[in-house]
Design a binder for this molecule. Structure first.
Ligand code: NIG
Ligand code: FE
Length: 394
């Protein structure tokens, strides 16, 4: 059994036992065996190992967990972005443009895009990335989107209910029947989760409830796009269905916040239904940011994710989202880094990632900086020096 010691860590973020909300240990070392964290402790007491990575006094943290990304698509919508920056609002109407391009693309073209974006994210410290379908919207195109997503990630999400495609525009009930029937049957073998865009102009609460219930019955976990463009019933539906996460949460009522807080564990270990905030979407659609403080102060577990997609948020960078969360959403740097690591893990109901404690997967990032604070303090700077995925240096 070969072992690897990540040694001489100036500041180790464990998200477990240690100083402050990030469980910080100073002058630390991490021993990795068989792709898992085997030991964490003071560098002075580090056990011998077959190989050694010298962190040179830098900060080390768990790899980022990006729990919300739409990577299976073709084409881009740069012109739509430019029009938005000139004053056009974002409505989600461009999704159908990407659906057309995706349907016309070959498997290899889609595969190349997924790999390119996954590679981009990995170089920016993302060690787990959820991938949604949702730009195929036929039985065959949703199934192949998920098949291709599953080649790259174990966290795959069936989003056949992204929008009603043009050919079903005047018969949405029929489209819901298709999603719940043959499309779900073809998608489920390649998917772990089901998601619905529950929003005016996409799916109403009754359709969303029906689709999510079918997904649950097929063994998929529930997540939801909720309350992005306006207030609505999405968050409450997510809580009702024990969703792992409700995502966007830009327009929340007091009842939404109370319902999310009401899913909190009494031992303080987090909430059943996480609020995942996607500040890249507000940045790229020039919209008001979600009120992260209100959620955090109510005791809700918050995750940060990129929402990487060609329409509302074409970034794969978790460090960028951390910087936005601190600057624009008044999260502390510690809250933002926790949300981008442990928060994402909770949004995926995983306890083996997002932490650096014995038994966890050895997914680590070595920063080109002495402290995690630099992730927000030095926006736009490539601060990811090394990434270990499952204990393997990338
Ligand atoms: O999460 N809101 C729905 N879906 C994506 C946007 C998709 C698109 O514009 O292509 C989102 O923001
Ligand atoms: Fe999204």
């Amino acid at each position: 059994m070969s072992s690897l010691l990540v040694d001489n860590i100036g500041e180790l973020i464990t998200n477990g036992a240690g100083e402050g909300p990030l469980g910080i240990r100073r002058n630390a070392a991490v021993l990795i065996e068989e792709g898992r964290v085997a030991w964490v402790g003071p560098a002075a007491y580090a056990p011998a190992a077959d190989r050694r990575v010298d962190a040179g006094g830098a900060a080390v943290l768990p790899g980022f967990v990006d729990s919300h990304a739409h990577l299976v698509f073709a084409g881009d919508r740069a012109a739509e972005f430019a029009a938005r920056m000139a004053g056009e609002p974002y409505t989600g109407g461009g999704i159908r443009t990407t659906v057309g391009a995706t349907r016309a693309a070959s498997d290899d073209e889609l595969r190349a895009t997924v790999r390119r974006l996954r590679g981009e994210a990995l170089r920016q410290g993302t060690t787990t990335m959820e991938i949604k379908s949702g730009y195929g919207l036929t039985v065959a195109d949703e199934a192949r989107s998920l098949r291709i997503a599953a080649e790259t990630s174990a966290e795959t999400t069936f989003l056949g209910a992204h929008v009603v495609p043009a050919e079903y525009a005047d018969r949405p009930d029929d489209y819901v029947g298709l999603v719940c029937g043959p499309m779900l049957a073809a998608a489920a073998p390649h998917a772990k989760w089901i998601d619905v865009f529950c929003e005016r102009g996409a799916f109403d609460v009754d359709h969303a409830r029906a689709i999510l219930a079918c997904g649950q019955a097929a063994g998929l976990g529930v997540r939801l796009h909720a309350n992005q463009l306006g207030s609505g019933p999405g968050v409450l539906l997510g809580v009702e269905l024990d969703a792992a996460s409700v995502d966007h949460c830009t327009h929340l009522s007091d009842a939404d916040v109370a319902a999310l807080a009401g899913t909190a564990h009494t031992d303080g270990s987090g909430t059943r239904t996480v609020a995942t905030l996607l500040p890249g979407a507000e940045f790229s659609t020039r919209s008001p940011y979600p009120d992260a403080r209100r959620l955090l102060d109510a005791g809700v577990t918050v995750a940060l994710a990129t929402d990487c997609n060609p329409g509302s948020s074409y970034t794969s960078s978790m460090p960028f989202c951390v910087a936005l969360a601190v600057r624009e959403m008044r999260m502390t740097p510690a809250e933002a880094v926790r949300a981008a690591t442990l928060g994402g893990a909770r949004a995926l109901r995983r306890d083996d990632i997002g932490v650096l404690t014995p038994g966890a997967r050895a997914d680590l990032v070595v920063l080109e900086a002495p402290s995690y604070l630099h992730l927000a303090y030095r926006p736009g700077v490539p601060l990811i020096r090394q990434v270990l995925l499952n204990g393997v240096l990338q």
